[in-house]
Write a protein that binds this ligand. Structure first.
Ligand code: 4AD
Ligand code: MG
Length: 463
């Protein structure tokens, strides 16, 4: 019966039984004794399983001796205790069927040697065959399931917010347009502008930058909800922390304030780290050995200690007092750049940090105005090595204040969103966790392009 390599390596089959595995050759080594060792992987585990191919196999000379990295095979044989170090079992093959050859082993782009992550991005369709991308893929899967489990076990409803929308949630004008209009023959309105009434949706439409506004609508009926899906930003930032298409987890809770929001963010993050520590032992050991030797210690520490909190105004004072030379200016009223965020959590706190109460002018219209009328009930969770990993806030639930803020920022419309304040409004709060940023934090990978299978960034939408 076909079994995954993970099951075999985990010792879930007794030596002596017959097994079949399906996978790809990672390497072949021929022994002088007239047999060969094949390392076969199938994506289920960090390690490959060792297959011993005896010279008696009917296709030994004709095929086995020609196997190279990347060939696909189906192996049947006896599971036996292994003499080799670092593995408990191996397969003594009785039959090896070669399914697919590698056309030209000399030009196979993923030959068995270590490649730079930069190079691997140019072969994104082949990089899942490497140890590193196998590991990232498995951790991403564990993490995504942990997200859903966390909320499901706590009574949250999962809201599938629309990917196509008319609202610019963050008001940053970073939206991709969705249109079926013929760019060469745009219909014009009377004043010469583009006439979107002729477009597919009869109005301007965009890819969503956040599911928050829709989540708020459901939160104010279902009490506890979350969205988890792709979001899109046409930011022209060619950095190691920004993608044009990334995944975001956005919980939204009713009858809740900023403290409740921060408590949820902390509990949620620590849960996710604990889940990865529990379910991704081998992959984390791999990252710790080959990518960032601080991975394990960091996760263990963060999963078991509480996060520091700090007011934005205090954070600015700390940055002003530090002797560090920053590239960007530090002043009350300015947004913090990632160098500032990283200084605060890496050098000042030495762990994750929740910064609260930012100046209203650098934050979105929906954040709740504080009594000082200068700051809003916002929070960012900052993580060492990454900077901002979560952004959230208590929402402005008072219609008059919301409308004042919208007017200040020149925002019109959103009648449906105002309705939520007209009919049974109540204090509520939520946040957005950047899924790829979290994945980088966990694995120690440096570039966010390596945290998503097929990254979308300026000038890159291949595959
Ligand atoms: O801080 P942001 O912009 O917050 C919002 O979108 C809110 N509507 C969320 C909410 O309150 N429901 O984004 C949230 C998080 C950031 O902290 C960051 O981790 C991630 O999303 N993020 C990005 N990740 C990758 N590439 C980008 N271009 C990102 N922009 C934001
Ligand atoms: Mg933010």
């Amino acid at each position: 019966s076909v079994v995954s390599i993970k099951v075999l390596l985990a010792g879930q089959r007794e030596p002596g039984c017959e097994v079949t595995v399906q996978g790809w050759i990672r390497s072949r080594r021929d022994s002088k004794g007239g047999f060969s060792f094949l390392a076969v992987h199938d994506g289920s585990a960090q390690s490959a399983i060792q297959v011993v191919a005896p010279g008696e196999l009917g296709n030994y000379e004709a095929e086995i001796l020609k196997l190279t990295a990347g060939c696909s095979v189906i192996v049947s044989g006896d599971l036996v205790a292994s003499q080799g170090k670092g593995q408990s079992v191996e397969i003594q093959a009785k039959q090896i069927e070669v399914c697919g050859w590698v056309d030209d082993p000399d030009t196979y782009p993923i030959a068995k040697k270590r490649h730079s992550f930069e190079y691997l991005r140019t072969v994104a369709h082949l990089r899942p065959r490497t140890n590193t991308f196998g590991a990232i893929t498995r951790v991403r899967t564990v993490l995504a399931n942990a997200v859903h489990r966390y909320f499901y076990e706590r009574g949250f409803q999962w809201i599938n917010s629309p990917l196509i929308t008319a609202s610019d949630c963050e008001g940053a004008g970073e939206m991709f347009r969705v249109s079926t209009l013929d760019l060469m023959n745009l219909p014009r309105s009377e004043n010469g502008g583009i006439d979107f009434s002729e477009d597919f949706f009869g109005r301007e439409a965009f890819l969503t930058v956040s599911g928050q506004l829709n989540a708020e609508a459901y939160c104010l009926a279902m009490s506890k909800v979350y969205t988890f899906g792709p979001t899109f930003r046409a930011e022209n930032s060619n950095t190691s922390r920004h993608l044009a298409e990334f995944w975001m987890v956005e919980p939204e809770i009713a009858f809740a304030n900023l403290d409740d929001d921060a408590a949820l963010a902390e509990d949620f993050l620590r849960y996710l780290l604990a889940q990865v520590l529990e379910h991704c032992e081998d992959d984390l050991a791999f990252f710790n050995q080959f990518v960032d030797d601080g991975v394990l210690a960091r996760l263990q520490k963060v999963a078991s200690s509480s996060f520091e909190r700090m007011d934005y105004s205090d954070a600015i004072k700390i940055l002003e007092k530090s002797n560090k030379k920053f590239e960007f200016p530090v002043r009350w009223g300015l947004d913090m750049q990632s160098e500032h965020e990283r200084y605060l959590c890496e050098e000042h706190v030495g762990g994750p940090l929740i910064v609260t109460n930012y100046p209203k002018d650098i934050k979105a219209f929906y954040m709740r105005m504080n009594d000082d009328e200068k700051t809003v009930a916002a929070m960012d969770v900052l993580a060492p090595g990454i900077g901002e990993i979560i952004g959230g806030s208590q929402r402005e639930e008072r219609l008059d204040v919301l409308e004042r803020r919208m007017a200040e920022q020149g925002l019109e419309g959103l009648e449906w969103y105002r309705d939520l304040r007209r009919y049974g409004t109540v204090a509520h709060a939520g946040f957005g966790l950047g899924f790829e940023r979290l994945l980088n934090y966990i694995t120690g990978m440096e570039n966010i392009r390596d945290a998503i299978p097929f990254p979308r960034t300026p000038k890159h939408a291949d595959y």
